[in-house]
Design a protein. Structure first.
Length: 74
């Protein structure tokens, strides 16, 4: 997942971005199915910290891709 987000942030004009965002959304659904909202929060926290440290970009816009998976997700 980190690779998906990193690619999208570093290559925003790539034709592959949409498919990578779709995969990110699918993974969010899988996380929710396996561990609920806590799993989603924990995983996104780890992604945010690692990407911010490694490439200095903010992945927060990707949180929007998980809206609709659960009403609790903000």
């Amino acid at each position: 997942m980190i690779d998906l987000v990193t690619f999208c942030l570093q290559n925003p004009d790539s034709s592959e971005v949409q498919s990578k965002k779709q995969r990110f959304t699918e993974i969010g659904r899988e996380l929710f199915a396996d561990g609920g909202i806590d799993a989603m929060e924990n995983f996104f926290f780890a992604i945010q910290n690692r990407i911010t440290e490694e490439i200095g970009k903010d992945p927060k816009p990707f949180r929007e891709l998980w809206k609709g998976i659960s009403e609790e997700w903000k």
